[in-house]
Design a protein around this ligand. Sequence first.
Ligand code: ZN
Length: 303
Amino acid sequence: MRDFSQDHHWLSINTATVRKQWPLERIIDECARRGIRAISPWRDQVAALGLAQTARRLRDTGLELSGYCRGGFFPAADAAGRQAALLDNRRAIDEAKTLGAPCLVLVVGSLPGALAGKPDYTDIGRARSEVRDGIAATLAYARSVDLPLAIEPLHPMQAAERACINTLEQALDLCDELDPLDGQQALASGRTPPCLLGVALDIYHVWWDPKLQQQIARAGGHPTRNRLLAYHVCDWLTPTRDLLSDRGMMGDGVVELRKIRRWIEQAGYAGYAEVEIFSDTNWWLRPGEEVLDTCIERHRSIV
Ligand code: ZN
């Protein structure tokens, strides 16, 4: 297992973590100043700064991306809505390519309209089938530009509004169906092909899952391709007061971070640990400098 205690070489900051304090340009500068090597920005933040300007700032500061947030939200009440979602996902893929992101993170969506409080339908089976079709169509485009898609399973408490893929097993089943890893392909190309469809493992959403260790091993089980494309960390507070924006800083909750990192590294993951904290009543209220400095400290001592 990698030793994180001496430096923060493998720390990435999901820019939502300090989005209430700073615009993206400042986040980039503050991360670069602290020797943080990577971020994962959100589309609205990139749009506010401008795509070309964001790419320039990343180049100037030498920051990499550990992911791009986010695509998905495939289900819709009608065909026109589903088509609009596909076009939007294409745009997200193009932006991710422009910024040099290693993957586009997918929060797949669920009952359309539920997020706004009024679902257009209540058939979650239909939502799952629209998600499957949406990812299949988006994968075809992603393949043409060689940009991996990372499905992020969300905690089941968000199954109505944000994602009807709720466990790592469910995400991997879909990966295996839509992007089968057959050995022939790997041999024929003579090199390790990129895994075009994989998962973003966010411990906030999956820490409780009794099959977590088994499914992490499955994600890394193929000899030439790994489904683990991104790793998001924070902590689960007790009690949790808000379903979306009461995430804890690593070390302040109940998640066994070291244990889970050991599992993902045994499964071949060697990328960034990306800190992603939505925190209405705590971290979003503190100075951004304090938040980033705490992320660095906890990355070394806890992650
Ligand atoms: Zn996440």
